[in-house]
Design a protein around this ligand. Structure first.
Ligand code: NAD
Length: 472
C-alpha cells in the first residue's frame, strides 16, 4: 500500500468483529488503534495473545505488531490523524426483543466529547443495529458538540458486517460484498479507500488465511444508512429462516420415513436455492441470528407490521431444541438419574463462542429433569464453565471420557474432531449406547453397525423397509 493510501483507523470494541476487522485492515497496510473498555482484553492483545478463538488471528497479531496498538481509552485514540472510527461494540437484546444500544450510544457520546474540530471523521456503524441508529449516533455526537460549542465535520455511515465466526478472517478478507450506507459522497470515498485492497484483491494473502481459488471480486454496495441497516437484518433473518425451513421439513421426514440429508442435497443442487444453510439439526444459535430475528420482529411491531415468516423461523428453532430432549425421552424413557454426555458447547464449530448455543438450553432442561450431565468441547469448556457456574456439569477431558458409563450421548456441535473419534471402541464403554446426533454429522449405518442406537434429525430410525434396502 502506498503511504498516500494508508488511513488511520480506530476500532472501538475488540470482540469477534472488532478484532478481526482491525487485524485485517492492519494487515492490508492501514494504521490501527483499537479500544476496548475491558482492561483484560487490552492487556492480552497488547501481549499478542488472542482473546477469542479464530483461525489465523494469533498469526496476524504477530504479523501486524508494528501497525496496530491496543488501548483502554477512546480519547487517547482519537487524534488529529484519525480518518475513520469504527464502532464494533456489542448490541445485545433487551427483554422485549429490542436492541440495547447503550454501548453504541456510549461510544457516540465519547466521540462527541473528543472530536477534533479541524479533522473530518468518518464514523462507521459496524455493529448490527436497527434502522435509525446511524441517525441516532449522528444526533448524540451533535448534542455533545453543541454542549462543547464546537463545530465538527463527521459523517455517520452504516457498514454492516457479514463475517461468520469460525471463518471470520477469511470472510473479512474475501467477502461476497461490502455494504456502505451513507448520505455523503466524501465518507463513501474514504471507505472505498479503506477497503480498496479487499475490493481489488491485490494483496498477498496471509499464510494462515489463503485466498479461495475461484474467488471473484467483492461487490461494493452503496446505499442509504436505512437500507444498509435493514439489509443486515434481512440477510440474517433469511439465513435463519432457511435453517428453520429445512428443520421443519426434517420433522415431516421423520414422520414419513424420508432422509432429510438426501432431501436437502437434492433440493440444494437447484442453484436458485443453494446448498448452504440446509443442514437439519438442533437449530441455530450464536450471537447474531437469535438477537437479530428478535430485533427485526421488534422493529416490525413498532410499525404495527406482522412478519409471520420470521416469527415462524424463531418458533421452529425453539421447537428444535426440545426435539433433542424428546428423542432422549423416547429412547431412554426415564431421564431422571440417567447420565447424559454432551458433545459440543460452542454454538458452531471452530469458535469458542457459546452465546445462545443449543447446549445451554438442552443441558439446562436435562438438569431440570434430574439427569447427570457430562460435557466436552474442544475449545469452549472454560468459557462455558465461567459463564454458567450455576449449571452442575461434569466437564470431561475427551469424547471417550464423556461417553464412559453414559446412558446416552448427544452431539450438539459439528466439530470435525467428533467425526474422527474412535466410535467403534467407545460404544462398549457406554452404559447404553444411545447416540442422538443433533447435527447429522456421523454415518448412521456405521454407528448402528458398531452397536449404537443412532438417532439423527430428520433421518430414518434404522428400522423399516426403506432402511433395509441399504441405499448409499
Ligand atoms: N460475532 C459475529 O459473528 C458478528 C457478525 C456480524 C455482526 N456482528 C455484530 O457486531 C457487533 C459486535 O459483535 P461481537 O460478537 O464482536 O461482540 P463482542 O461482545 O465479542 O465484542 C464487543 C466488545 O466491545 C467492547 N465494548 C463495549 N462497550 C465498549 C465501549 N464503550 N468502549 C470500548 N469497548 C467497548 C466489549 O468489551 C467487547 O470486547 C454486534 O452488533 C454484533 O451483532 C457480530
Amino acid at each position: 500500500m502506498k503511504p498516500s493510501e494508508r488511513l488511520n483507523v480506530t476500532v472501538v470494541g475488540t470482540g469477534y468483529v472488532g478484532l478481526t476487522t482491525a487485524l485485517a485492515l492492519a494487515y492490508l497496510g492501514h494504521r490501527l488503534q483499537c479500544v476496548d473498555k475491558n482492561p483484560e482484553i487490552v492487556e492480552k492483545l497488547d501481549r499478542g495473545i488472542s482473546t477469542i478463538y479464530e483461525q489465523g488471528l494469533e498469526e496476524l497479531l504477530t504479523d501486524t505488531r508494528n501497525q496496530i496498538s491496543f488501548n483502554g481509552s477512546l480519547p487517547e485514540c482519537l487524534d488529529q490523524n484519525t480518518d475513520v472510527l469504527i464502532i464494533a461494540v456489542g448490541t445485545p437484546s433487551k427483554e422485549n426483543g429490542d436492541t440495547d444500544l447503550c454501548y453504541v450510544e456510549e461510544v457516540a457520546r465519547e466521540i462527541g466529547r473528543n472530536l477534533l474540530p479541524e479533522k473530518p471523521l468518518v464514523v462507521v456503524n459496524k455493529s448490527t443495529v436497527p434502522v435509525g441508529t446511524a441517525r441516532r449516533v449522528d444526533t448524540v455526537i451533535r448534542e455533545e458538540l453543541e454542549r462543547r460549542q464546537v463545530e465538527g465535520k463527521f459523517s455517520v455511515t452504516s457498514n454492516p458486517e457479514f463475517l461468520r465466526e469460525g471463518s471470520a478472517l477469511h470472510d473479512t478478507l474475501y467477502p461476497d460484498r461490502i455494504v456502505v450506507g451513507s448520505e455523503e459522497v466524501w465518507s463513501v470515498n474514504i471507505l472505498r479507500q479503506m477497503y480498496a485492497p479487499i475490493l481489488s484483491q491485490d494483496f498477498t494473502p496471509p499464510r494462515a488465511v489463503p485466498r479461495p481459488e475461484s474467488m471473484g471480486l467483492p461487490a461494493l454496495v452503496t446505499t442509504t444508512p436505512t437500507s444498509a441497516e435493514l439489509l443486515k437484518y434481512t440477510a440474517n433473518a433469511f439465513l435463519a429462516a432457511k435453517i428453520s425451513f429445512i428443520n421443519e421439513i426434517a420433522g415431516l421426514a421423520e414422520k414419513v420415513g424420508a432422509d432429510i440429508k438426501e432431501v436437502a442435497r437434492g433440493v440444494g443442487l437447484d442453484h436458485r436455492i443453494g446448498s448452504a444453510f440446509l443442514n437439519a439439526g438442533a437449530g441455530w444459535g450464536g450471537s447474531c441470528f437469535p438477537k437479530d430475528t428478535r430485533s427485526l420482529l421488534h422493529t416490525a411491531r413498532q410499525y404495527g407490521y406482522e412478519m409471520p415468516l420470521t416469527s415462524a423461523a424463531v418458533e421452529v428453532n425453539r421447537r428444535q431444541r426440545m426435539k433433542i430432549i424428546e428423542k432422549l425421552q423416547e429412547s431412554l424413557k426415564v431421564i431422571r438419574g440417567s447420565t447424559i454426555g454432551i458433545l459440543g458447547l460452542s454454538f458452531k464449530p471452530n469458535t469458542d463462542d457459546i452465546r445462545e448455543s443449543p447446549a445451554i438450553e438442552v443441558m439446562g432442561e436435562l438438569l431440570e429433569l434430574g439427569a447427570r450431565v457430562k460435557a466436552y468441547d474442544p475449545v469452549a469448556m472454560d468459557k462455558y464453565r465461567n459463564t454458567y457456574p450455576e449449571q452442575d456439569i461434569n466437564y470431561a477431558a475427551s469424547v471417550e471420557e464423556t461417553a464412559q458409563n453414559s446412558d446416552a450421548l448427544v452431539l450438539l456441535t459439528d466439530w470435525e474432531q467428533f467425526i474422527h473419534a474412535p466410535w467403534k471402541d467407545i460404544a462398549p464403554t457406554m452404559r447404553h449406547p444411545i447416540f442422538i446426533d443433533g447435527r447429522n454429522l456421523l454415518q448412521p449405518e456405521s454407528m448402528r453397525q458398531w452397536g449404537y442406537q443412532y438417532l439423527g434429525i430428520g433421518r430414518p430410525t434404522g428400522s423399516g423397509f426403506i432402511n433395509s434396502l441399504n441405499i448409499t
